[in-house]
Design a protein around this ligand. Structure first.
Ligand SMILES: Nc1ncnc2c1ncn2[C@@H]1O[C@H](COP(=O)(O)OP(=O)(O)OP(=O)(O)O)[C@@H](O)[C@H]1O
Ligand SMILES: [Mg+2]
Length: 285
């Protein structure tokens, strides 16, 4: 069964004003339990607006959002439960660190869930370990940490709630390549250990291609497509038309195909490219 489903989800900013903007336009989607869904789209395509509907932070102008088959919009109790079930990490989450210590910041969510002290402590220590923060850092002020450490502490705060769906909006933005890789490794490990559903919003096709089971491509508030990576990347010309760059290796293969090499059109990782080329060379030798 799908863990999140939208039916005709539409969201309009500034209704009845000169700034009226349809940010989501009749979005029908099903997100599968346990998958990693990459969400990609040009700036302004509606990605952040969409994901804020999934834990009730935003309410549809029309249409519905179902979590676990339930529409929670009109029910305060259900809305509260959804906040814990669907954890949202905003872009630049480190700006929201505010407690005296890193420990307290990570414990903030679990505390709100009214878990007992022992369980809170277990979760704080376990997630700190998962995101690679040493135990002695827990007693420091978040302001003493490096940029990368702050980002990881903020992500740990949401992971410690052990949400069934973890959503991250541009989790690696502003970090150097090493910092980026580290964040994606952490997300992958969290997904493997908890088996939860993960949504990652990213501008980078390369990152999404490496991680996602399926990719949702948004364009001007509409679903352009939602499918497995090969099916998405085989539409590379159309993707480029809506302002998305396909992975470099896909571009190389497209160029080779224009020269008549007749290679598969769905190559999107270097690993798969290597396999395809090896097989081809073996055939020809
Ligand atoms: N608070 C707001 N008031 C009015 N319009 C808004 C507001 N927030 C977003 N929009 C508009 O809604 C549309 C979708 O915005 P959204 O932030 O969801 O896009 P996005 O895909 O997350 O973009 P980005 O990649 O830049 O983060 C855009 O046209 C944006 O200008
Ligand atoms: Mg956004």
């Amino acid at each position: 069964m799908s863990i999140i489903k939208t039916e005709g989800l539409t969201y309009v900013y500034g209704e009845n004003t000169p700034f009226r903007k349809v940010a989501l336009d009749n979005v029908d989607l099903e997100i599968n339990e346990g998958e990693i869904l990459g969400v990609i789209g040009h700036t302004g395509s509606g990605k952040s607006t969409l994901i804020q509907h999934f834990n009730g932070l935003m309410k549809p102008t029309s249409g519905r959002v179902l979590v676990d088959g339930e529409d929670f919009a009109a029910d305060k109790e259900k809305l509260r439960a959804v906040r814990f079930k669907v954890g949202l990490v905003f872009q630049y989450p480190e700006y929201q660190l505010f407690e005296e210590t890193v420990y307290k910041d990570i414990a903030y969510g679990p505390k709100n869930m009214k878990l007992d002290e022992q369980e809170i402590d277990r979760r704080v220590r376990e997630t700190a370990e998962l995101v690679g923060l040493d135990p002695e850092i827990l007693d420091k002020s978040p302001f003493e940490l490096s940029g990368g450490q702050k980002r990881r502490a903020a992500i740990a705060g949401v992971m410690a709630m052990e949400p069934r769906v973890l959503i991250l909006d541009e989790p690696a933005s502003g970090l150097d390549p090493q910092g980026r890789d580290r964040i994606f490794e952490i997300i992958k490990r969290y997904h493997e250990e908890k088996g939860s559903t993960v949504l990652i919003v990213s501008h980078s096709m390369e990152d999404i291609a490496r991680l996602a089971d399926r990719i949702l491509v948004m364009n001007e508030g509409k679903v352009f497509c939602c499918a497995e990576p090969p099916a998405v990347f085989s539409r590379s010309t159309e993707l480029e038309q809506i302002g998305l760059s396909v992975p470099q290796v896909t571009r190389v293969f497209n160029a080779l195909n224009e020269l008549g090499f007749g290679l598969p059109q769905d190559v999107y990782t270097v690993k798969y490219a290597e396999k395809v080329l090896r097989e081809r060379l073996e055939q020809e030798s």
